[in-house]
Design a protein around this ligand. Sequence first.
Ligand code: G3I
Length: 318
Amino acid sequence: ADPLRTLAAAKGKFIGTAVATSPLANETAYRTIAAQEFNQVTAENAMKWDATEPSDNQYNFTGADQVVAFAQANNQIVHGHTLVWHSQTPSWVQSLSATAMKAAMLDHIATVVGHFANNSAVQSWDVVNEVFDESGGYRTSFWYNTLGSSFIADAFRAARAADPDAKLCINDYNVEGINAKSTAMYNLVSTLKSQGVPIDCVGFQSHLATQYGFPGQVTENVARFAALGVQVRFTELDVRIVLPADASEITTQNQYYTNIINACLASTACPGVTIWGFTDKYSWVPDTFPSEGQALIYDAGYNAKADYTAIATALGGT
Ligand code: G3I
């Protein structure tokens, strides 16, 4: 059977995975599947602020470079994740004054994006991540509390200056369907576009759960963002289940994977789908939701699950 990346490429799409540096360095099965099945990768943690600039102006690209080298060796494109986020950002940043925080942000973006600007594999960035709360207000993060919402436009302008060719994205969760949060994101993207702020894409993280149902009006939501002239990417797809999983939940999970692939296939504005890892051996889900899991498309022993087949079938595989 054709690997997922071959099927996706035939549809003009990428199919990607998040990768973690430790198994990438240490496990042959992990490397083999990541290379064979995917034509796009995102660093699960290695490009975040705590990894790339743990102390002020002390940059470390060890893990990030490892991920990019793997991608280049396997003819994969790389999505940079993430420049400005409230999580996994060192405490030295969080306690700065407004003037110093803005300067640190601009320096961080210039340096991290600049590090990869001449690397043809690195083609896009999550510039700001998770800036909204569930009701559609701005998240009251240290970024917002210190700088107000202006940090968002400033971050996009700095990223464009550092790499004029990279696609620049805003990324969030619970924005896959039409709701208060996705409408806030829509209104922000519309405003940024009207102000000439360089924004090229929105990321729908797509951390789904069978217990909560499939988001409503995903196709319509993709279409309204596409009408603003931005790409829509599904950036962190997984579908967690309350354990133990029963057969009907597995069927629901298969369907959710199919639905997201179909939503991307249905829009020329969607360049591809990234799954947030591929093996249940390495997933953020049990660490955050201890009673949930089995969210990915290979089991912990690297056997392809029915979700893999669902994706392959949606991509036209036989
Ligand atoms: O590297 C340290 C290690 O030194 C330490 O001993 C260990 C002890 O806990 O922690 C290790 O860091 C962990 C890190 O992953 C690397 O494994 C952190 O504790 C852990 O919190 C961190 O979790 C990551 C999480 O983001 C943190 O916010 C997950 O791997 C990662 O999958 C998850 O990804 C996020 C996206 O970036 C944004 N959207 C949501 C998504 C899921 O939460």
